[in-house]
Design a protein around this ligand. Structure first.
Ligand code: EPZ
Length: 432
């Protein structure tokens, strides 16, 4: 995690549509993290392709190496991982406490070695980010959980984890991924209910099935796993899917300040919620296989206000909510945002308000935006990955200069973001 305190200086377009160009979409951060964890389930080498070159991937590798996993770099986006027969059971807390994705490793370690020690996993400030669904699931499988001030120690029963029936109180993405992998190392059958069906969950499940896992119900709310398998991944590669959140981010930027912005190497079938929302606002979108082009509406026809409710996949993704919030400040009329997944994901609206937006935050989940309003540049501090990019979008549409601090948060999940933006015509400079 490069906490180098670097920042972006951006000259705003003052609401003009100037951006033109193409952006190649990288592999999905939230598919890369479970893919790296899956190396702990494989008897032989696991080759992972199309990894994004971002800090969160580096952090995950920094967690796997001390466990004993050998990591061989084939190319910048292709790694080969090999877990030894016995791995360490302690997660490196300095790294794990800043990376929510670290929680995905806990189940596989517990299932393989019979115990695991880890800090409360960190991540962004978007909410409490509890892990009760993981701990409750491990308890169903027979594990004992001891909580310390610094984290947790879990121990499997003497005969190893045993399958059971687990109901998720929330449709948890990493919870579904982690318990699905853990169930493969438990004896007997496990039934997971109220599962997440994000494309990243499906891609992980498809890989595990190709490597020999008995998994049924992928994509539905109930996933059944038969345990006892050690996977043979040798003949299979894990190909990380295109990042639907990065793709959606650039589509929203195109609708906000684009003349013609095209994204390539994406998966349009994973983008239906954001494409339909942008079309409803008046953006013009054309799709061709793995390429999507957005025209931000021909001025002076401004974008129309709309109500946005975030929802588990295939609904509108919470990770794009802050970016759409910026877009709604430039849409004509009153829009309602209803953030149903996280309770701390509206805080960016206070900054947009200081930049000139007309915003009313009703409660931790709902806010109203009245547009269009001009935004004025200022110093802003990224609190997390997605709000950080939202501030960059606000800076692009604003009048005057904006300095976006803490861009290391943005670089956790967006590869070479300032290069992509500059290629589209954004006046952005990174300063240490
Ligand atoms: C994944 O986080 C993503 N991260 C998040 O992306 C994304 O915002 C989130 O899913 C929702 O789509 C990765 O995949 C690495 P959840 P995750 O468990 O799995 C509650 C980004 O910017 N919950 O699906 O941690 C939780 O508080 C990140 O790329 C519990 O109550 O999210 C939330 O309200 C941010 N107990 C809801 O469930 C638990 O044990 C959904 O969270 C687990 C979750």
């Amino acid at each position: 995690m490069n906490k180098d305190g670097s920042k972006f200086i951006i000259q705003g377009l003052a609401g003009k549509r100037r951006l033109v160009g193409r952006v190649r979409i990288n592999g999905a951060k939230n598919d890369a993290l479970p893919a790296l964890a899956a190396s702990l389930l494989c008897r032989d080498r696991l080759e992972i392709e199309n990894l994004p070159i971002i800090d969160d991937v580096t952090s995950m590798l920094d967690l796997l190496t001390p466990l004993g996993v050998t990591v061989k770099k084939i190319t910048a986006r292709q790694f080969e991982l090999k877990a030894p027969t016995k791995i360490s059971t302690k997660l490196h807390s300095d790294v794990a406490k800043h990376l929510r994705g670290a929680v995905i490793l806990t189940g596989p370690i517990l299932g393989r070695e019979g115990e695991v020690t880890f800090p409360h996993p960190g991540g962004c400030v978007i909410g409490a980010r509890p892990i009760d669904a993981f701990l409750d699931g491990f308890r169903v499988m027979g594990a004992t959980v001891r909580e310390f001030a610094t984290g947790y120690h879990l121990r499997a029963p003497p005969g190893g984890l045993r399958g059971g029936e687990i109901f998720f109180k929330n449709q948890t993405v990493t919870g579904t991924e982690t318990l699905m992998m853990t169930a493969l190392l438990a004896r007997g059958r496990t039934v997971l209910k109220n599962c997440a069906s994000e494309p990243e969950v499906i891609n992980l499940g498809h890989f595990l099935i190709r490597a020999g896992a008995a998994i049924r119900g992928l994509g539905s709310s109930t996933i059944e796993v038969t345990g006892g398998a050690r996977l043979r991944s040798g003949q299979h590669h894990y190909r990380v899917i295109p990042d639907r959140i990065e793709a959606g981010s650039f589509l929203i930027l195109g609708a906000l300040a684009g003349r013609v912005v095209t994204i390539t190497h994406c998966e349009p079938t994973h983008l239906e919620a954001v494409i339909n929302l942008l079309k409803s606002m008046g953006a013009i979108i054309t799709i061709d296989r793995h390429t999507v082009t957005v025209r931000g509406g021909v001025a002076p026809r401004p974008l129309r206000a709309i109500n946005v409710t975030t929802h588990e996949y295939p609904g509108f993704p919470t990770d794009l909510q802050a970016l759409v919030g910026v877009l709604l400040t430039q849409a004509t009329g009153e829009s309602l945002i209803f953030e149903t997944i996280f309770e701390g994901r509206l805080s960016y609206l206070h900054i947009l308000k200081e930049m000139g937006a007309t915003v009313t935050v009703h409660d931790p989940h709902r806010a109203t935006i009245l547009g269009p309003t001009p935004l004025n540049g200022r110093h802003v501090y990224s609190p997390d990955l997605r709000a950080g990019l939202a501030y960059i979008l606000a800076a692009i549409v604003a009048q005057g200069e904006t300095v976006v601090h803490n861009v290391h948060y943005v670089e956790r999940g967006y590869e070479r973001v300032e290069e992509h933006l500059r290629a589209l015509g954004v006046d952005i400079v990174k300063v240490p």
